[in-house]
Design a protein around this ligand. Structure first.
Ligand code: AMP
Length: 250
């Protein structure tokens, strides 16, 4: 069984992001970049499927700049067998990324596509769903458990107020939620071995994908600063402040 894992290069989750001085976008100058955490969970799940003998090959794919090779090498160090970079310096929107991934699905014919539920940079939560629609695959988003049986994938999803269990025909798309697994760290020997694993390059143009933007980013800004709170002496003082200062009760 062939597993395709989509991996996005994003600002590291420990970085406190700031807007550019003209507020046109997030400032990425000298900022640490990493694999999107939910994509890391998707890679881990693929590796576990291979360790169980269910998956035979794991292909990591990323759409992005040359530097996204770093994140693909990390996926290779974690256990992917080979990687594909669809190289572009443009910041693509989810529909264009989904079209690139669809072209990769057409040439690779994976049995299952594992993705993150969401990229922590744009918080779009769109690419998996769009890819499922474009490829005509079934989809299970927000997966917290995954198992394969009788040529089907069984997925437990975290939904409001509970869990939902689905069975999907293959090929299928599953997007990973936080509790699906706890990703391992790449060992030094595996990081070294990953340098020699195959990494193929193509571009959206090679794949015949129209990447014209349909959405314009108008600006980004930090949330308003919150004022420091105060500790009130007692309930009477709280009621007085709510009534006379905040004026939220009468
Ligand atoms: P998003 O829809 O942007 O929140 O991203 C959801 C998931 O789609 C990510 O966790 C990735 O698995 C995949 N994805 C999004 N953008 C890319 C990209 N540029 N390259 C590879 N995979 C991506």
């Amino acid at each position: 069984m062939k597993v395709l894992v989509a991996v996005k290069r994003v600002v590291d989750y420990n970085v406190k992001v700031r807007p550019k001085s003209d507020n046109t976008d997030v400032d990425l100058a000298n900022v640490k970049m990493s694999i999107n955490p939910f994509c890391e969970i998707a890679v881990e799940e693929a590796v576990r499927l291979k360790e169980k003998g269910v998956a035979t090959e794991i292909i990591a794919v990323s759409v992005g700049p040359q530097q996204a090779q770093e994140q693909l090498r990390t996926a290779l160090a974690l256990g992917a067998d080979r990687a594909i970079l669809v190289n572009t310096d443009d910041v693509l929107e989810p529909l264009s990324i989904a079209k690139c991934l669809k072209a990769v699905c057409d040439s690779e014919s994976p049995d299952i596509v594992l993705m993150g539920k969401q990229a922590i940079d744009g918080d779009n939560n769109q690419t998996g769903q769009m890819l499922a629609a474009l490829a005509g695959y079934g989809q299970a988003t927000f997966a917290s458990e995954l198992g394969l049986e009788d040529g089907q994938v069984r997925v437990t999803r975290e939904v409001d107020g509970g869990l939902q269990t689905l069975s999907l025909k293959l090929p299928a798309i599953v997007t990973a939620d936080l509790r699906l697994n706890e990703p391992r760290y790449a060992s030094l020997p595996n990081i070294m071995k990953a340098k020699k694993k195959p990494l193929d390059m193509s571009s959206p143009a090679d794949l015949g994908v129209d990447t014209a933007a349909r959405v314009t980013l108008l600006g980004v800004e930090l949330p308003a600063e919150r004022q420091a709170g105060i500790v009130v002496e007692d309930m009477a003082q709280l009621m007085d402040k709510l009534k006379n200062e905040a004026k939220v009760i009468s």
